[in-house]
Each structure stands twice: as C-alpha cells, then as structure tokens.
Ligand binder design. Structure first.
Ligand SMILES: CC(C)(COP(=O)(O)OP(=O)(O)OC[C@H]1O[C@@H](n2cnc3c(N)ncnc32)[C@H](O)[C@@H]1OP(=O)(O)O)[C@@H](O)C(=O)NCCC(=O)NCCS
Length: 329
C-alpha cells in the first residue's frame, strides 16, 4: 500500500516564439503544405533560436507551473527533466533548470527515453511521492529537436518542433495515479535514433559528414508499431486500473502524427472533444508533447475533478507506455 497519494498541483508550458509554417518549409524542401497536412496533421511548429537551449524552454514551462500552483521553486524537493535534446552530454539538463529557478542542492536528473519520456517520468515521480521519499516533484518534458534535425531531409525535417511542458506533482490524500504500463524493445534502435556523439560511434569528421548527430527515422515501420503499441499499452493500463474504455474522459496522446491519434481515438471510441490534439500548432515535440497538451487543456478549464485521463506515448528505443490518472481538485 502506498503511504500517500499523488496529484498534479500545477501545469505550465512554453514554446519558442519562432514559428515555422508548412509554407516556410516549402521554400527549401521538396514538399507541400497539402502533403504535410494530409499525412501528419501538422501546420506549424516552433523552433528555438540559436541562443535558446532545452533548459531555457524547460525553466520557462516550470516557472509557469509554479505560478499556476502558487508555490515557490524552493518548495520543490526534486527536479526531473525528460529529454533527448539535453543542453550538454552532461551534466543533466535538470541540474541547469533547478539552478535557473534559483534552487541549489536539491536532487535533479534527466530521463532519456525519447517520446515516451513524460510517461516514464510520470511513473518514476509518482513512485517517489507515493513511497514517501519526496513531497513535491517538478517533472518537465522539454526538447529542442530542431537542433538535431536534418533540415535537408523532408521525411523528418517537417515533423519535429521545440517546446516544454511542466507538471508539479504533490503528495495528496486522494491518489490520482491509477496504473502505469511501460515497455521497451532495443533490438532495432535504427528505426528511430540520433547516434550523436555516443560511444558506439564517437564523433569525428567522417561521422559528422554522415550526419550521425541528426535524427534518422524509418517512418512507415515506426508508424505501424506506434499504433499497435499505443493501443496495447492503453488496453493494459485500463486493465491494471480495473477500468473500461468507456470510463476514459480524456486521451492525451503523444503528438507524433494526426493519423496515429485518430486511429487511437477510433479504437477507444472517443469523440473528438475527448482527444487532446495540438499537433497542428507544435508538430512532434517528443517528451514535451504530452505535458504541453495537458497544460493547454487544464488551463482552458476543460479538466474537472474525477476525470479519467489516459496518457499514452510511443517513440525511440523503441519505447512506449501509458498512465491512467484520476484528476484531483
Ligand atoms: C513520416 C510520415 C509522416 C511519412 O508518412 P507516410 O505516409 O508513411 O509516407 P512514406 O514515408 O511512406 O512516404 C510516401 C511518399 O512520400 C514521400 N515523402 C516523404 N516525406 C515527404 C514530404 N515531406 N513531402 C512530400 N513527400 C514526402 C516519400 O518520399 C514517399 O515517396 P515515394 O512513394 O515516391 O517513395 C509517417 O510515416 C509517420 O508519421 N511515421 C511515424 C512517426 C512516428 O510515429 N514516430 C514515432 C514517435 S516519435
């Protein structure tokens, strides 16, 4: 039995001011607004400026969440950033974010599991609170994927955007965490990866010429697996929580492709207004997409106490997961 429950006490999000529309992409890529809209549902994405890095976006989202919760950063016991675009190879981006918020000496670490980062982070942070180790955790999904995009590759350059979403998790008598279902399969990393300066192929001039530091994806295969895994994870998390598909109030899915989200919605038999979609504005922001979508929905006043939210994601790893969450006042 958990010693305490957990709830979300505040949410916030931030996106860089530079907007890149489909029409902008047409200027240097062999693509069209119509192709991108039809195949992905994306219309715009936000890209960070040269002097903006992931910790800047994360700190802005965290500040918004602190204001929303009405608390000070010094009341946070632990900082977690889910990202695969850290400012540095090390130290962890979470250390930088805590410092930007004026906090030192509190634990801070990153979770690097690509688009599933928020789901993994929510599971870890909820566990830390429910076991009584910490009372308040700042969990942020933050990415500057534009920095590792091959801007000449029309198959990936159109898909990804930058942004950050933050939630403050807090100990609570009533427990919002109902169940989690996580998975990973590392047998085919090349389906979706950025080799970066990893130990498998340390960065040298030849590696740079081969663009190993940028995102590579086999889109069609990834698409198929994304639908399968997200449906399975949703089924499994509802079963663990002893709930039915009909109980779901909101689905907050990772925003990778509108067609993937629509397939999920059809499977769950959810009407449009119960499926949170902001892909047209932000594109795929990896670990940031779910907390950004949640923050927009909560701040619009659409989420009510007692609502059942299912968060679900799929991404590089391959990795996937879902969390069932009962919204608390
Ligand atoms: C990337 C994605 C949008 C591509 O859509 P798709 O319908 O699978 O398209 P395909 O890759 O099969 O390509 C179809 C054609 O469009 C072309 N094409 C690819 N990108 C294009 C673009 N931006 N503009 C115009 N044409 C493009 C391809 O070259 C291909 O041409 P061909 O038939 O002459 O070979 C889609 O596969 C996808 O969203 N994948 C999953 C992403 C995901 O889930 N990621 C995991 C979480 S991050």
């Amino acid at each position: 039995m958990p010693s305490t429950g957990v709830k979300i006490a505040g949410v916030g999000h931030y996106a860089p001011s530079r907007i890149v529309t489909n029409r902008d992409l047409e200027e240097w890529l062999e693509t069209t607004d119509d192709w991108i809209t039809t195949r992905t549902g994306m219309k715009r994405r936000h890209w960070a400026s040269e002097d903006e890095a992931t910790s800047d976006l994360a700190a802005a989202a965290a500040s918004a969440a602190l204001a929303h919760a009405g608390i000070d950063a010094r009341q946070i016991d632990c900082f977690i950033v889910a990202t695969v675009t850290p400012d540095y190879y090390f130290p962890a981006t979470a250390c930088l974010v805590a410092s930007k918020l004026g906090v030192s000496e509190k634990p801070a670490f990153d979770v690097a599991i690509a688009c599933s980062g928020f789901i993994y982070g929510l599971t870890i942070a909820s566990g830390l609170i429910r076991s009584g180790i910490y009372k308040r955790i700042m969990l942020i999904g933050a990415e500057t994927l534009s920095k590792i995009l091959d801007k000449e590759d029309r198959a990936t350059a159109i898909l990804f955007g930058d942004g950050a979403g933050a939630v403050i998790l807090e100990a609570s008598e009533r427990d919002s965490f109902l169940a989690s279902d996580l998975g990973a399969d590392g047998s085919r990393p090349e389906l979706l990866y950025a080799q970066g300066s990893g130990a498998r192929r340390p960065l040298d001039h030849a590696a740079l010429d081969a663009k190993v530091h940028l995102i590579h994806m086999q889109g069609r295969e990834t698409f198929k697996l994304a639908v399968e895994r997200m449906v399975d994870a949703t089924d499994s998390v509802l079963q663990k929580a002893n709930l039915e598909k009909a109980d779901v109030t909101f689905l907050v899915p990772h925003q990778a492709n509108r067609r993937i989200i629509d397939a999920m919605a059809r499977y769950l038999d959810l009407p449009d207004d119960k499926v949170v979609v902001n892909i047209a504005e932000y594109g795929n922001t990896s670990a940031a997409s779910i907390p950004m979508a949640l923050s927009e929905t909560v701040r619009a006043g659409l989420v009510r106490p007692g609502d059942l939210i299912v968060f679900v994601a799929f991404g590089g790893g391959l990795s996937w997961g879902a969390v069932a969450w009962r919204w608390a006042a």
